[in-house]
Ligand binder design. Structure first.
Ligand code: SAM
Length: 237
């Protein structure tokens, strides 16, 4: 997968792309990321990417022309699925991560200040929010999306099995994990995990995942129940 990022703070990506699994994904050729400085596409001596809002009010608004110019330059080399990071977008989740992992090229556009002039919407394919809170800029959301999407790409994780039972893959949270020591200050690892009985371990994990989901994220189960009910109604069975 290739990702183009458009930002006024390109250096912010160095550390995240230069560490851990993302670094390895780049080294293995599974992922390439090119970060573009939006200022390079701004006009005038000061290369301003923002201006005061029409209608008055606090804050600055990011201008539409530099974004359009930058997108045009980026897409001259590689067309991509264009995503605007904004709190007003659809909330990012594992399903969206899976959908995006099927795309060859994506372009992430990061805002700042009050966000972009609304007219950028004509030039993008989707608006994405990473959650119901407001960050200073779109760079952290862009990094979050790159991370969540690239770990789903074949060959990025050392063991493909590790994503199979991860939280949200089956609309359940992950099952609890344990490692050595088997006894930590009297708190023992569940005996079934030491039993060597794989069927019993699998059943225990499924049950624990369900318990944890009920406790921490009952909304996930309600969603699954609703989907099942709709499917049953559709098939008439
Ligand atoms: N005035 C905007 C609002 O109230 O919706 C907030 C703008 S925010 C301070 C500046 C930029 O940060 C946004 O243009 C966007 O790129 C990014 N941003 C902030 N929170 C975000 C979120 N939850 N999801 C995605 N992007 C976000």
């Amino acid at each position: 997968m290739h990702v183009d990022v458009i930002t006024i703070f390109p250096r912010m990506f160095d550390s995240v792309l230069g560490s851990s699994i993302l670094k390895r994904a780049v080294e293995k050729g599974k992922l390439s990321v090119k970060v573009h400085n939006l200022r390079d596409y701004a006009e005038g001596r000061h290369q301003n990417t923002d201006d005061t809002p029409y209608g008055g009010g606090a804050g600055m608004v990011m201008k539409v022309e530099p974004v359009v110019k930058c997108l045009k330059a980026v897409e001259k080399k590689k067309k991509g699925y264009k995503i605007l990071l904004t709190p007003a977008g659809k909330t990012f989740d594992q399903k969206t991560a899976k959908k995006l992992s099927g795309k060859k090229n994506i372009i992430l556009v990061c805002g700042h200040y009050e966000g972009f002039d609304r007219r950028v919407e004509d030039y993008i394919d989707e608006e994405i929010s990473i959650g119901d809170y407001v960050l200073t800029g779109g760079e952290i959301p862009a990094m979050l999306i790159i991370d969540a999407v690239s770990r789903l790409l074949p060959g990025v994780l050392g063991n493909a099995e590790s994503i199979k039972y991860e939280s949200f893959m089956e609309e359940l949270l992950d099952y609890p994990h344990y490692t050595r020591p088997a006894d930590f200050k009297g708190k023992k690892v569940p005996a079934v995990l030491l039993s060597g009985n794989h069927a019993a371990i699998a059943a225990w994990r499924k049950e624990e995942a369900l318990k944890l989901t009920k406790k921490n994220r009952p909304d996930l189960l309600v969603r699954t129940e609703k989907k099942t009910r709709t499917a049953v109604r559709r098939t008439g069975s």
